[in-house]
Each structure stands twice: as C-alpha cells, then as structure tokens.
Design a protein around this ligand. Structure first.
Ligand SMILES: Nc1nc2c(ncn2[C@@H]2O[C@H](COP(=O)(O)OP(=O)(O)OP(=O)(O)O)[C@@H](O)[C@H]2O)c(=O)[nH]1
Length: 321
C-alpha cells in the first residue's frame, strides 16, 4: 500500500517486532529499559520532549515509555501534545515516574497516559505491562483497519476519508494553510461492467486505486474510495497549482494502465478529475470543498471525460492553477 494511506495512524504490531520509544533525560534510565526489551522489540530513545515528539510524528512507535520529570517540555506536556495530534493520538503512553502520590498519578491519567510504572521498577512487572499494552494496541489497530479500509481495493474507505477531511480542515485552518481535494470517477464504468462483467469491474477498481495511491506520496495525504467508482485524494498544505499537477498525474496513471474498455471513445479505462482548493477558516465547513470538487468533476465529465478541471470554492477568490 502507498504512503498515501493513513490507516491506522500508527502501524500494526502484527507480524513484526514492536517499536518502543523510551524518553528520559537520564541516559542510564533509558539503558535499563532498553536492555529489558531489546531482544524482543525494536528500541528507540529520546533524551528530550521535543526530540520525542519529532520522532513520533515522523515514525509513530507502537508504545512510548515516558519519564514525567524532564526539562521543558516535561513528560505530561509531551503526552498532551501526542494526544492532541491526529497523527500521534493512538500511540499509547506509559509514564515512568519516581513520584507515587495521588496527585502525581492523577496528572498522568489526565494527560492521556494509559498506565504508569513507578521507579525503581520491577522488571517482570514492567515486561508484563508493556506486553499487555502492546497487545491492546495491536487489537485496536486491527479494528481501526477493518473499520477504515475499503474491502475491495485496500485503500481508505469513505468513513476514514470523512474523518481525515474534518481533521485536515481543522489543522489547515489553524495553520492558515491550503487544503486541496481531487475527486475522480471512472468514465463510463456502467458500460465497462456491462460489457466485461462485474468481476473485471472489481479488478479495474483495484488497479485504479493502486495507480492513484502511487501518485500521492506525502505523509498525511490520503487516497480513498468514496463511492462505487468514485475516489478522492485529500492533499493538505497543497495549493491549487500543486493539486492540479497531482490530478493530472492520476489521470495519466490510470490511462497508462491501458485497461481495455471496448465501449468507450478512448478504448481504455480513463478517469475524469475535479480539483478544488481552499484555505479553511476556523468554524467553516468542509462541505464547500466537497461541493466545489464535485462541480469540477461534473465539468470534466461535460468536457468529454478523461480530463482535469479546477473549480473555485464558493465565496473564495479563484486560485490560479
Ligand atoms: N464492478 C463493480 N462495479 C461497481 C461497483 N460499485 C459501483 N459500480 C458500478 O459503477 C457504475 C457507475 O455507473 P454510473 O454512475 O452510471 O457512471 P458511469 O457509467 O461511470 O458514467 P460516467 O460517470 O458519466 O462516465 C454502475 O454500473 C455501478 O454498478 C463495484 O464495487 N464493483
């Protein structure tokens, strides 16, 4: 699967060694935990909060063992930042703390930790706790995958697309950054099914999904099957110009699949592509972006199919592609 998909936002543990990040400003503490797990899991270390956050955003681990008392940002702040970011919010955090008073424990729960281990720790207890949380994480990843993946094509489904659209809308609104939507739809797919049969139709959908996902490679981007023969690519921090380039890549990649379509002008499967871009405003609704991309897709169909069209979002100045 391409990096375009974001399912789940943290990787599956199944079938491979788990990745555990240990965060502590005291290297000796890191070493103890490192030694405890290095035979079973892939261990990573960070000696500061910022370093830990950057690691988690870049390559989300399966579990974080996080010291509470560190120079700013401390463990509690790091945990809150992980929980606030859709890209890292599913990473379980176990606090490693030298403080065992009720207020300290409450602060760990409030920050979003799933458990805590008190120093000095009992190695066997730590092992069991870590194993239990990795198992829970694995099961949660599996459920997320089942809920978010389109069963036919293996890319994101409509539900995951809707969730991501909402998340990316809010993120881009916060950052004042553009958000682009590329909607595409297989041309004359009814005729394709009618002439080649539904199984060939299903194969074509899979090939189109794979080709489109390969065109979208930035982390945080998403390609989804949003309906029967309808797809969408959600591109954060991408302006109208960039989105039109991605849209044209998708159109070309599908044409280059050269899947014979006996009942179309082109003689092979093609897609019509609509593009819309907006700089979201806080409190605004992503529906305006969906509607504009739909209008663009209709004008691509009306213009003869197998082409890309760009539409301004209602109330927005037209962005030159
Ligand atoms: N094989 C297969 N076909 C599907 C699936 N989902 C939807 N379809 C078919 O996709 C076709 C969509 O047809 P229309 O909406 O008329 O669109 P179209 O024929 O592609 O025409 P234009 O979009 O105007 O180019 C229908 O025949 C659906 O049965 C699926 O999962 N598998």
């Amino acid at each position: 699967m391409s990096s375009a998909e974001r399912i789940p936002s943290t990787p599956l543990v199944t079938g491979r060694r788990a990745r555990i990040l240990v965060v502590d400003d005291q290297p000796t503490n890191i070493l103890t935990l490192h030694r405890l797990f290095e035979d079973e899991h892939d261990m990573f270390m960070a000696t500061g909060g910022e370093q830990a956050l950057a690691f988690c955003r870049r390559t989300p681990p399966d579990l974080v063992l996080l010291d509470v008392v560190m120079p700013e940002p401390g463990g509690l702040a790091v945990c809150r930042a992980l929980a606030a970011d859709p890209a890292t919010r599913d990473i379980p955090v176990i606090f490693v703390t030298g403080v065992d008073d009720p207020d300290g424990e409450a602060a760990c729960w409030d920050a979003g930790g799933v458990d805590f281990i008190t120093k000095p720790f009992n190695a066997r207890t730590v092992s069991h706790r870590v194993r239990a949380h990795l198992t829970l994480k694995q099961q949660a990843d599996l459920l997320r995958r089942l809920a978010w993946v389109d069963g036919l094509t293996g890319i994101a489904n409509r539900r995951h697309f809707d969730d991501c659209l909402q998340d990316e809308w809010s993120r881009c609104a916060r950052l004042g950054s553009p958000l682009s939507l590329v909607s595409f739809d297989i041309d004359h797919f009814k005729r394709f099914n009618d002439s080649k049969g539904h199984l060939a139709g299903d194969d074509a959908l899979r090939e189109v999904a794979e080709a489109a996902a390969a065109c979208v490679s930035r982390p945080g981007d998403l390609v989804a099957r949003t309906g029967g023969e309808e797809f969408a690519a959600l591109l954060s921090h991408v302006d109208a110009h960039g989105a039109a380039i991605v849209a044209e890549h998708i159109r070309q990649a599908v044409a280059e699949l050269a899947i014979a379509h006996p009942d179309s002008d082109l003689g092979r499967i093609s897609v019509s592509v609509g593009v819309a871009t907006v700089v979201p405003v806080p409190g605004g609704e992503p529906e305006v972006l969906l509607a504009a991309a739909d209008r663009a897709l209709y004008s691509a169909k009306a213009a003869g199919r197998n082409c890309v069209r760009v539409e301004p979002v209602a109330g927005e100045p037209a962005l030159a592609p």
